[in-house]
Design a protein around this ligand. Sequence first.
Ligand SMILES: [Zn+2]
Length: 413
Amino acid sequence: MPEAAIFAAGTLMPVSGPPIPDGAVLIQDGRISAVGPLAEVSRANPEAPVRFFPRSTIVPGAVNAHAHLGFRTKDAPPGGTFSGWLTKLIERLPEKESWTAEAARDSAREAVEAGTTFMAESSPYGECLPQLVESGMAGTVYAEFFPGDYDGAEPRDIVDSIIQRVQKMNDGLPPRVAARVSVHSPYTVDPESSRLAARRTREMGWTLAFHLSESPEEVEFVRKGTGGLADIFGSNAWGGVGVSPVRYAEGIEMLAPETIAAHLATGVGEEEVEILARTGVAAAHCPRSNENLGCGVSPVPLMMERGVRVGMGTDGLWSSPSMNLFEETLVALGLHGFDGATALRLATLEGARVVGVGGETGSLEAGKWADLAVVEVAPGGSDPELEAVEAAAGGGVVATVAGGDVIYNRAEG
Ligand SMILES: [Zn+2]
């Protein structure tokens, strides 16, 4: 059994409470068993070895509420419009097969080196599960399924098939990693398959990932059945229903507390936010991807005001410049005028609440998993959390600990 260990820093930011100068966490069996001033924690546990970073700050590990691992920066399709980008992405899928696994490994590594300890990843049929497991992060891989791949099978059979496949994927996984189902989007999955997948996974107590109300083209597809997405898929069989994507999603029973809706960047007004709040759906905010693909700005402050859970997501490297969740959060801070404490909370505890693990991670509290990042910064100004987020966004993470294991230590390369 692993020995107890103390991690301490000049500043410790539990997020669940105010920063602690010379603060420490005691880690036992992968979990935090005490939090407080280093002097107290070490006095009560004199046997535990202490790793003290006097010029650094310890924050909870970042929780990435929406990401794709299997992409790489060097051949990203150009941004500009969502449907233009998606057209190129689809064209490049065959050539991508040969390097997806390598890209997933690299993306996961980049996230770990930026202090990420939990990732909600979506990939076709969950293809990036092995690389998430290998990374040492906790997380969920959401297996996207595409009814077009099932040779005209009935929605019931399609949904049976993906659920069985995902159940098998859960065999033998490490305790903090799970496989679940993703309904990719309103323009790739027909309404009946979406409805059945949402119902059945909900009955099983599973969370569900969904891209929703991301682009102007999606709004047009759902409302009118026309535009760039109807052109790509050569069909508008279930588009053109005359309502917003959020109202459409509510109508097909996709919206519930188990659902994590990514993006919500376009076509989300007062009425849609009311639906999101009423149904209890959670939101993953990906502002850099949205900007790159001409998708507008998600009304995050309004959603938060109405009680919608909001976390941050990097999306993947074909639409976004990095897998650094703190960097993503800094962009949200700039867009919405948040202070540092709100930003740090969004990157950690709020993300954990979005992905259904708010009781287990996202803050430094006794009983939670020992998931944390050591950031090279000694904040001295009026907004210390902002200094910590900025440093983590700018490559300042020197160590990442997930479930009590050091999964990254810059000193050791
Ligand atoms: Zn996405």
